[in-house]
Ligand binder design. Structure first.
Ligand SMILES: [Zn+2]
Length: 273
């Protein structure tokens, strides 16, 4: 599943291609992708002829702001992809929605498992799912002190808590595993037992792994691809994720794999306490 660094990579790739472009028409091969009252007919009518003025990101949501004031809000979920097709007229396989742009070029929303969503709203920040999001770990206001305050009084294990989008927005399984290894904290630790010193390390680690993910163009473990079809490279830099039995890069101890809250969890029993 694309996590925040993957969505940030998609955003940076698409921005120069889409900003300032006019949407000539929208095709909805799969109307169930459109989550709005009046559904796809209304969507196609309202976006045709508009210009994309800007693109930005809130957590894992990608937002295209139109000159009409409307915003297209995309969430890729498990297998969603955005493909920029510079000249092709042929729809892609598993295509759900296509935006044809002036001067040629089509943005295709492709989604094998069809769990991704697309909203057209006046203000993305008012979407209930976005209003419910926790703080953005890369925002300046997200400090170690704030993280410690959030952890206090939470009895759940730290790893599923880090992946809970209402607690912190943007971390999924890969980056939660990597951040906990980087911070030297065991994934099964109860959140409220984390000390101020550990919270400082975790705060630094979360930001570091997210930035590292962006630097590598995201992690292509399964379906994630950049809009031009190329793969991300962060999977080559994993320290623990998907490395069960391989030596810990810090101490050489074999990486362990366990299940925590139903998700594959990787850690070093010597470095992470
Ligand atoms: Zn280790």
């Amino acid at each position: 599943m694309p996590e925040m660094p993957e969505v940030e990579t998609i955003l940076m790739d698409l921005k120069p291609l889409l900003a300032g472009r006019r949407i000539v028409s929208a095709d909805c091969a799969d109307p169930s992708a459109i989550k709005m009252p009046g559904a796809h007919g209304e969507f196609c009518r309202r976006v045709a002829g508009t210009t994309i003025v800007d693109l930005h990101r809130i957590a894992k949501y990608l937002i295209l702001r139109l000159d009409t004031g409307d915003e297209i809000v995309l969430h890729l979920r498990m297998t969603g992809r955005l493909v920029y097709d510079p000249d092709g007229e042929q729809p892609a396989t598993r295509e759900r929605v296509a935006l044809k742009l002036d001067g040629g070029g089509t943005l295709r929303f492709v989604d094998l498992r069809r769990l991704g969503t697309l909203h057209l709203v006046r203000d993305a920040r008012r979407l209930p799912a976005i209003e419910a999001l926790g703080p953005d770990p890369l925002a300046p206001r997200f400090t170690a002190r704030r993280l410690r305050r959030l952890l206090r009084g939470r009895r759940s294990r730290i790893k599923p808590l880090l992946m809970d989008q209402r607690f912190l927005a943007g971390l999924g399984n890969i980056y939660a595993n990597e951040a906990l290894h980087c911070a030297g904290i065991r994934p099964t630790r109860r959140a409220h037992t984390i000390t101020m010193d550990e919270a400082r390390r975790l705060h630094r680690a979360v930001r570091r792994v997210l930035r590292k993910g962006v630097m590598h163009g995201g992690a292509s473990t399964r379906t994630y691809r950049r809009p031009d079809g190329s793969v991300g490279r962060f999977q080559e830099a994993f320290e623990v994720y998907d490395r069960a039995g391989a030596p810990c890069p810090t101490c050489g101890e074999p990486i362990k794999r366990i299940m925590v809250a139903g998700r594959g969890t990787f850690y070093c029993s010597r470095c992470q306490r």
